[in-house]
Design a protein around this ligand. Structure first.
Ligand code: AMP
Ligand code: MG
Length: 496
């Protein structure tokens, strides 16, 4: 690696300065023939990285773990977690290596991690690797979420390793470079409270405040303040998921980031037809993480986060418990408020009246009954606005509004007339809240299929199209279409 490349990645390694029990120092395992799949220039620029130096054949070594920047202090994080409700006392980064952190151009702390970088002390029986499919899926979906405005980890790079990984057969190995404000999870806190390691919890708490919640620096009770803040970020995060029809699929406590970013894209998927009971993940047989259960799952995870903070909320155990419970009890209202705001924006309503939730519920009920496409229905409603311009994407060829929608539209239009906002303002709100494009499962599957056959064009097109989900160009018309009967994806696999 040249001196210039080294100098261009000034890692600060603030996680590596925390108490040693929080991580294990570990180097990525070299791969045999790294090849570029994609480098995210826009994100690199935001991170203050030198695109001209990094988007080069030589730099592929950095993003495959073959070359370690001088300033990096690679490590794997320790954590535990509840998986589908069952306590697993020891998990940790089993195939991810944190290179270090950088300050981005906004002054925000950002961590750079290689996922699929080889075995670590936490790999258990795993090979520490990832195959191409989940790497592309995470790249597509995390970048799409970001463009949709949903807090998320990002994808800086994807590379092929040149090695095969054994899954259902031999698959091409790949590595994704993930960027997060912080990779600390609810499960990170759980690991240390289960061992009664209070110094570790205190260090984690301080670290989270320093890196993600600087507004809490002078809080009189940092633990309670942090808990309340995380309740708020999670309430809003899940409300945003619901509003775009995103199903995470594995909301285990080890897959919930304290930063409020969506993390760990496994068997995630977007709704095509609206169905509140929808589950895609093949491992979620009980529907624990179904679309409609996501808010409750978040609340359950937050109750586990609270457990770890109790000793710092108050010295008196009873008082700590009462205070934490009172904060947790606010979650349903805080979530409802965020959900109402995000969902009503989709129908042009910015000032909520008492009947508006009923209006919304009626709409969702009729969508569920008629199995209407979630995304296309809201695009259709947007197109009904009196001042709506002709859409660049004409969905009429493949979207038929359910017959039952007509009566509802009448009521909705009456309601819009009562608002203090102009029709142009209502339209603008709807346009900002209703994506024309989402990463549909059948498209992601098709991209993966092509990529396995060494054609990355569909992947590149999908990533490009999803950078403008609210106002896509005409040439991406085909990506707005829902799957036909043959294309529909009913199950997604963790596919680790
Ligand atoms: P996930 O289901 O991806 O959230 O992962 C759960 C746990 O399994 C985490 O501790 C991961 O690091 C670990 N893990 C997943 N896949 C692998 C793998 N191929 N090799 C080693 N560890 C893995
Ligand atoms: Mg995970």
């Amino acid at each position: 690696m040249t001196n210039a490349v080294n100098a261009s990645m000034p890692f600060q390694n603030r996680f590596a300065q925390l108490p040693p029990q929080l991580f294990s120092e570990v180097l990525p395992t070299a791969v045999s023939n790294p090849q570029w799949i994609k480098f995210n220039e826009a994100l690199a620029t935001e991170l203050g990285l030198d695109v001209a130096l990094l988007n080069t054949p030589d730099a592929v070594g950095i993003f495959s773990g073959n070359a370690i920047p001088e300033a990096a202090k690679p490590l794997a994080m320790t954590y535990a977690g509840h998986q589908f409700g069952h306590w697993v006392p020891q998990l940790g980064d089993g195939r991810a290596v944190l290179l270090g952190d950088l300050q981005d151009t906004h002054g925000q702390y950002r961590e750079i991690q290689l996922k699929g970088a080889g075995v670590t002390p936490y790999s258990r029986n795993g090979d520490g690797r990832a195959w191409l499919g989940p790497v592309l899926r995470e790249y597509i979906v995390s970048e799409a979420m970001s463009a949709l405005g949903v807090p998320t980890t990002r994808a800086l790079a994807a590379v092929l390793t040149g090695d095969e990984v054994r899954r259902e057969g031999a698959m091409p190995g790949a590595i994704i470079t993930r960027v997060a404000k912080s990779h600390v999870r609810v499960g990170t806190f759980q690991y240390f409270i289960a061992r009664n390691d209070l110094p570790a919890i205190e260090a984690l708490m301080q670290h989270m405040i320093n890196t993600c919640y600087p507004q809490l620096k002078d809080a009189s009770n940092p633990a309670a303040a942090l808990f309340s803040e995380v309740i708020g970020t999670q309430a809003d995060l899940v409300a945003q998921w619901q509003s775009v029809g995103f199903i995470h699929g594995v909301m285990n406590t080890d897959n919930m980031a304290i930063s409020g970013e969506t993390i760990d894209y496994g068997p995630c998927a977007f709704l095509d037809e609206y169905d509140p009971k929808k589950v895609f993940s093949s491992i979620d047989q009980m529907g624990r993480y179904a679309y409609a259960n996501q808010p409750a799952a978040a609340q359950w995870n937050l109750s586990n986060f609270a457990q770890a903070l109790l000793p710092f909320i108050d010295d008196d155990k009873e008082v700590a418990l009462t205070n934490a419970q009172a904060l947790l009890d606010e979650f349903p209202q805080r979530y409802q408020a965020a959900y109402a705001q995000r969902m009503l924006a989709k129908i042009g309503i910015s000032e909520q009246l008492s009947d508006d939730i009923e209006l919304l519920t009626e709409l969702l009920d009729l969508l569920a009954e008629s199995k209407a496409d979630f995304t296309l229905t809201f695009s259709h409603l947007t197109s009904l606005m009196p001042s709506a311009p002709k859409a660049t994407i004409d969905t009429n060829q493949y979207y038929q509004p359910p017959g039952s929608l007509q009566a509802w539209v009448g009521k909705w239009q009456q309601r819009l007339e009562q608002l203090n906002t102009s029709s142009a303002q209502q339209l603008a709100l709807m346009q900002q809240s209703n994506p024309a494009l989402i990463p549909r499962n059948h498209r992601i599957e098709a991209c993966i299929q092509s990529a396995v056959e060494n054609n990355f064009e569909p992947f590149n097109d999908l990533v490009e199209a999803l950078q403008q989900p609210y106002s896509p160009s005409e040439r991406y018309e085909y990506l707005a279409q829902p799957p036909n009967e043959r294309e529909v994806v009913t199950k997604t696999f963790c596919g680790t």
